[in-house]
Write a new protein. Structure first.
Length: 268
């Protein structure tokens, strides 16, 4: 089976415009994240799925520089973008990683994908997000091509199309779903924010790279945890946004997610 990892990326982010192209030690945020993803051992191919908008020509330039394959599709219908990308590549298994995770640990990818591979045929969808436990920004979702195709045919709500996978994981009676928890037994998903959505997040990510990359470009999740314990002022850079995610806008519509999985922030 061919396992394809898709990184969805575009420049038209509203809260932090062109966030994936922000500078990060001589390269873009996107290039640095792709560098980390490339160290995952369980992936056959990585493709950046961007849009057909002219502004996303810049995303294609990054892919060319990093010698990575890209695909261009719908701007808002990320489900369609993933499905058509997987079709073009001929994937059997699709791994979804958003482009706002520049600190993602390759070992987290391998752990989730490895669980799926060890249980091949038993599950349609495996993630580390339902429920989450890893520090936010280590998002990994794995699905069969059949599950992705069923969602592509059947999903009708805007958030199901925009966020790619809710049609699958929010209907466990239709799809065989499993979750991989952080092996520590801890839950840092609402206390440790390592994702990129606000300017404060960028300051956090930049500080982590600035502290760790020069001496260890392969720094791990544990290295980041040790850093923020040693220098708590770095963690405070974006802790006001800890626990926020897109779920908070759709709690009345989602069946398997509630207030335990997100935090409401007035004015966002």
């Amino acid at each position: 089976m061919k396992t394809l990892l898709v990184v969805q990326a575009r420049t038209a982010s509203t809260r932090l415009p062109a966030k994936v192209l922000l500078p990060l030690l001589g390269k873009s945020v996107l290039a640095r994240q792709l560098e980390r993803i490339s160290r995952a051992q369980s992936i056959d191919e990585v493709v950046v799925a961007t849009t057909q908008e002219q502004s996303d020509d810049l995303i294609v330039q990054v892919c060319k520089q990093e010698q990575l394959r890209w695909f261009r599709g719908s701007s808002m219908d990320c489900l369609d973008r993933h499905y058509r990308c997987a079709l073009e590549v001929g994937a059997d298994v699709i791994v979804k990683v958003p482009s706002d995770c520049p600190l993602i640990d390759p070992q987290a990818i391998d752990r989730v994908v490895g669980f799926f591979q060890k249980n091949v045929g038993r599950y349609d969808f495996v993630s580390n997000l339902h429920p989450p436990s890893y520090p936010d920004g280590n998002d990994v979702e794995v699905m069969t091509m059949n599950a992705l195709e069923k969602a592509w045919h059947s999903a009708t709500r805007d958030y199901e199309r925009e966020h790619t996978t809710p049609y699958i994981w929010d209907q466990p009676e239709l799809f065989r779903c499993a979750n991989v928890c952080w092996e520590t037994g801890l839950n840092y998903s609402r206390s440790h924010r390592w994702t990129l959505d606000y300017e404060a997040d960028y300051h956090f990510v930049f500080s982590v790279y600035n502290e760790l990359y020069a001496t260890n470009p392969h720094f791990t999740l544990n290295d980041i945890l040790e850093l923020v314990e040693r220098k708590p002022e770095i963690a405070r850079l974006n802790d006001a946004y800890a626990g926020l995610n897109w779920y908070r806008h759709h709690l009345s519509e989602l069946r398997t997610v509630d207030e335990r999985h997100t935090r409401i922030l007035i004015g966002t």
